[in-house]
Design a protein around this ligand. Structure first.
Ligand code: ADP
Ligand code: NA
Length: 330
């Protein structure tokens, strides 16, 4: 009954999630929902820090939620909701922003990277305070653990600092969360550029495996993946990043160990190996895609599930927020 609480989320920043989101996040979340009281959010407020098309955002939000469910996140077991459906996220963000140092926020490396990429016009105050919103996401639910990629570790550290600072200054209102950093073996790289992380916001999607793509399109992308001239199916991240990445995907999707896969393809060429992996990808993503499309066929039903889960999230979030308001004198 008293399971520790877990919080994680993803931005609805594309029509489809990619293989890295599936392997690095959804597959882990699916397992973690047994042991934790898990909260999985589609963080649409965060997505507003990128160039926005209102009609598209609404579609992407629903599609992202459908893919969570299709990948095995159960809305009857975990709390799967849309961030903006719970107003407490925005409200707590304001309070936390008043205890966040300007210089402290300015040290966030993701902000520095993104503001450089986006340019002056798109470097908004929202992009700057993004980590404070993320802190509110986590702290509202008295979260114990936060599974994140390495790139989000600094934001969880900030979250911990803010929780401790508030608790010290005003009295204990927040659990101090612990980040659980994603394993290296769960990191997936672009099939065309295997030293860059696979991403929904990659400039070209030639090396991106989309969860909702037609299976034959994904199979083609696997067959065209960049390898090397050595010809042996062997894991060596440094010298064989392409083949190593394919091995990691193969292992993650089958639950097999990399050495066993190397053995199976010993003395055979990359063509055979890629054909094998293409089958694995089609077998795994095909049914996920079917389930997601079926859910999207009945948006009213999906919206009902999301509303019920948002109500459950709100109840907890409102409790934390009321305590915080009381403590700061509001
Ligand atoms: P994207 O770069 O596709 O927009 P996000 O930054 O929104 O991905 O990340 C959403 C979740 O998916 C995070 O938990 C992140 O760690 C995970 N993730 C994203 N890309 C990858 C990848 N290439 N390999 C492993 N995990 C990934
Ligand atoms: Na994210």
């Amino acid at each position: 009954v008293n399971k520790p609480r877990l919080y994680s989320g993803m931005q609805p920043s594309a029509d489809s999630l990619q293989a890295g989101n599936y392997i690095g996040a959804l597959l882990q979340w699916r397992t973690l929902q047994d042991t934790y009281d898990a909260f999985f959010s589609v963080v649409d407020l965060h997505a507003l820090t990128q160039p926005n098309d209102p009609a598209e955002l609404r579609v992407k939000t629903r599609r992202t939620a459908a893919q969570y469910i299709a990948a095995g996140i159960e809305p009857s077991r975990s709390t799967l909701y849309v961030q903006s459906h719970v107003p407490a996220h925005a409200e707590l963000t304001w309070i936390l922003s008043t205890i966040t140092g300007f210089g402290e926020a300015g040290r966030m490396t993701q902000f520095k990277d993104k503001s450089q990429r986006y340019g002056a016009d798109q470097t908004t105050v929202g992009l700057f305070t993004y980590p404070v919103l993320m802190a509110a996401d986590i702290l509202l639910y008295q979260t114990d653990i936060v599974p994140v990629g390495e790139d989000q570790k600094q934001h969880v550290e900030l979250t911990r600092d803010l929780a401790e600072r508030f608790n010290t200054r005003y009295g204990r209102a927040f659990e101090v969360p612990t980040p659980v950093i994603q394993k290296d073996t769960a990191r997936i790289y672009d099939l065309q550029n295997p030293t860059a992380k696979m991403s929904k916001s990659a400039e070209s999607d030639a090396g991106v495996l989309w969860l909702l793509d037609d299976p034959s399109a994904s199979a083609k992308k696997v067959m065209r993946a960049v390898t090397d001239s050595e010809g042996s199916v062997r894991y060596d991240r440094e010298n064989k990043p392409g083949v190593s990445n394919l091995l990691v995907i193969y292992a993650a999707l089958t639950g097999r160990q990399i050495p066993a896969i190397e053995d199976e393809y010993a003395g055979r060429g990359y063509g055979d190996f890629k054909k094998g992996l293409a089958e694995v990808v089609v077998d795994e993503f095909g049914p996920v895609r079917e389930r997601a499309l079926a859910l999207l066929d009945d948006p009213a039903e999906l919206d009902r599930a999301l509303a019920a889960n948002a109500a459950r999230a709100s109840e907890i979030a409102e409790r934390t927020l009321a305590d915080v308001y009381e403590k700061v004198g509001l």
